[in-house]
Structure formats: C-alpha cells, structure tokens
Design a protein around this ligand. Sequence first.
Ligand SMILES: Nc1ncnc2c1ncn2[C@@H]1O[C@H](COP(=O)(O)OP(=O)(O)OP(=O)(O)O)[C@@H](O)[C@H]1O
Ligand SMILES: [Mg+2]
Length: 502
Amino acid sequence: MSDQTPVLRLEGIVKTFPGVRALDGVSFSVLPGEVHALMGENGAGKSTLMKVLGGIHAPNEGQIFIAEEPTVMTSPMQAKAKGVVFIHQELSLADELSVAENIFLGELPLKGLGRVDWAKLYADTDAILQTLNVGFDARTRVGDLSIANQQMVEIGRALTVDPRAVIFDEPTASLTDAEKVVLFEVIADLQSRGVGIVYISHRMEEIFKITDRISVLRDGQYRGTLNTAETDEDEVTQLMIGRSLDLSRNESHHQMGDIALEVRGLGCGSLFQDVSFAVRKGEVLGFYGLVGAGRTEIAETIFGLRTPSAGQILLDGQEVHISSPIDALRLGISLVPEDRKSQGLVLSMNCRDNMTLPQVDDLTAGPFVSDGAEVAIFDQYRDKLDIRTPGWRQIVGNLSGGNQQKIVIGKWLSMRPEVLIVDEPTRGIDVGSKSEIHNLIRDLAAQGFAVIVISSEMPEVLHVSDRIVAMHSGRVMREFTSDEVTEDNLIQAISGITEKIA
Ligand SMILES: Nc1ncnc2c1ncn2[C@@H]1O[C@H](COP(=O)(O)OP(=O)(O)OP(=O)(O)O)[C@@H](O)[C@H]1O
Ligand SMILES: [Mg+2]
C-alpha cells in the first residue's frame, strides 16, 4: 500500500472556535481502497476535521491535498465535485421533500427549459436504492421514514457521483443489524473500486471488523495511527483516553426497596401486547431485544406519548392514568429518549437552558428565573457526565454529537425522577464516557431510583441490569435475573426461538 498516492491528505490542520482549540495541527491521510477509522472521545475533533475537509469550516492553518494536489475547499459541493463525499453525523435532509429530491438535491436532472426530468430522477434514485436494499421507493416523503431509513437516504446521496473518497461519520448509530450488513457491503464494494473510506465510529467491534488502519485524536491532537490487524481494543482505548478501562461491574450491593412501577397486561395496538413487569426502587431493569421489538413504544406509553389499548400502569401500588409527558413528569417518571436530537434538545439554545428547560417552573422565584440555581445544576451534571464545553453559554448546536447527548441525559437526571427510563443511553458515546454512564446508572439505583434501561447492546444490558426482560416482536419472551442470564439464552429469547415462558 505504501507506494500508493493517498486519495486525500490533511497536513497540520489547526481549527479554533471561540474558547476551543478543536484541532491542533492534525495530519491524516487515506489510501485508495482502504477503510481508515478515525477515533477519539466525544469532542476530540473528528467531525470538525471532516468538516474542514468538506469545506464547511475553513482551517486557521494547514493544507488539504486531494490526490496530492493542494486544494482549498470552500463548500461541500466543491468537495463533491472533487469526488469527496460525506455522510454526516447530523442528518441534513429536507423532511418535506421526496427521497429522490433529497438524494439529488442541487443536481436534479433537467430536460429542456430547465424543467426537472422526473422520470429520470425517479429511475436514477430507484437504482441507488436497489443497491442499498431498502424497503421504500424514490417517491416516499423523507419525513415519513424512520431515522434508520433517513440514514440510508443520506448514504444514497453519497452514491450519486463516482467518489474518490467517502466519509462516514457514525453511520451505524441508528441502523438495525440487517441495515448494517447492507452498509458494510456498500463499503466493501466502494473499497474494491479503489475508493478511500474514512469511518468514524465509537463501536470497537465494527472498527475491528471493517477497517485497515485506525487513527486516533485526543483533545484536538493527532495521537497516532495503528494497523488494525496488529492492535487491540485496549491499545486503541489507551491512545484515545490515556488509560485502560476497568470494565468490571460496579457492584453496588444495596438494598432494594418497594415496587416503584408496575405494568400489568399493557398493550398498544399492534405495537406490543400483554406486557407485564415491575421495577423496584434501587433496581436496574434492562430491556433487551432487536430494533423493532417494541421496547421504545412501551417506554413511550408509560411516559404518556402513546395511549395504551389495554392494561394498567401502577406507581407505588396505585393505578395511574398518564395521558401526556406532563402527567408522567408530575408523577415522577422521566424518559431519556432514543432520538435525542429531535426530542431532547433545542440546538440554538445554550447548554444551561437546555439542561434546565423542563424545570424552569420549580426554579422560578416569583417572576424571575434564578440564574444561579440553573448554573449550579448545569455545573453539577457537566462534572458528573464529563461534558466538554467551554462553559454554560455555549450553544448546544456547537457541541460535539456525543456531548449533545450528555446534555439531554443531564436534563432528565437533574429532575431527580423516581422512575427513570433511558432508551439506548450510550448510543454515539465514546468508550470512556460509556463506562461513566454505566456507573452513573448503577449509582442512581443505589440512591434509590428505579431505572429502566433499554438497549440493543448485549454487553451493556448484561453489565448494568439486575434483571433483564427479553422482548421479541411486541411480546415479553422471558425475564432473567442476573444470576441465570447467559448470552446464549438471551439471544434465544429475543430471536423468538424459544417459546414464551410465562
Ligand atoms: N461550530 C462550532 N462552534 C464552536 N465549537 C465547536 C463547533 N464545532 C465543534 N466545536 C467544538 O470543537 C470540539 C470538537 O468537536 P467535534 O464535533 O469535532 O468532536 P467529535 O470528535 O466529532 O465528537 P463526537 O464523538 O461527540 O461526535 C468540541 O469541543 C466542540 O464543542
Ligand atoms: Mg462527531
């Protein structure tokens, strides 16, 4: 590989924002036909480096070379014209437009008199969708698609040109296992055509499965490049966070209290049926299953976002009727949603206000919101969750993706609910912070909170839960205590291989 010309090369890139040195002299190159991972903690500078490459941010210093030709990138359009295409971490699709219009936005095929050639547009789009093996067509309105399918549209958009390099910024964060398989096939195909791939992800299994080399950033600085075949998770983690991780379970042997939340025979149309479980104060109850098993919908029903069609919800032994999130919050139930971008944050507001938004009522003394109290809350959770930001005044939209997620988690934690439901708590969060969040969940239970953790990552549920509910297509298949659960019987339960055990 060494005598090949890199498809792209970045040399000594410096990028500063007010109060932040996001990139501090970073160099990075990608060879044709290689998958090159870019790794680092939340806020390390990965997305910023790729935005410099894509002409979204102008660097303060440094040089970009495309096929060894010095290039000044001024816009994503120009980057695309040079064969460098991006699948960004934040989806940037227009909800009101069709899949076809989104994929060919800015380059719609025209026929005479500047009119759009719709037939060609739909045919070209369907050809791309076919390679992605998706279940929707060119005419579908993007706003009607799931987040995972929107991600596939974003990927489709990159395939409208014959690319030289494709940059994937956390592409699998919301994909199902089947969609991941398709994505990895797309990547392998690009690779075999000599395209250079940059792959940003916090998921070690993926990194070790599909990449050739791994480059690591820490606090905006380049820490080194490793050959994937010659390294391991521990070495990469060391480089990323400067220490190894203690992955042993934080065994807090605390007393469990009374049942905080109980659900009996809960159902919601065809989404899930006959769901019963209870969670005690001081307990972490894990919900494990494949994407689409109905776990998120159960959480949404308990939180008042959906109306149940059957069953009861009891809090402290009393039946309650929850018809809106406001009811749920009043009763002491919080939900940290799965899709934090659209459900949890106001991107144009500062960090403090985002975190304290739901409790402005409680903190208001007369007509004045007590600024000091809000800042204190923000500071407390910034420290607990290790949120990287120059201060509470920073606009949340300027934080790195993972740090934005921590703001949402802090927001719900700071309300000190009695029952806390967290849906995919560590999606998009780096390995170091991931274990901090796991410890935090265990701590919350030790303090007497009842916690429900929904996760698609088996090591995560196994690690944090006292008991695990396994779900398959809208039904509870089995409940496990932490003593009896094994990876095998858990997989069997969620894939529907075993019969439901009542
Ligand atoms: N537009 C901006 N204005 C101000 N600061 C910014 C802006 N964009 C990024 N930053 C800051 O630059 C640093 C690097 O952020 P970046 O998004 O590159 O991190 P990342 O490595 O992609 O993290 P993650 O894994 O969380 O996505 C962070 O401290 C972030 O807050
Ligand atoms: Mg990022």
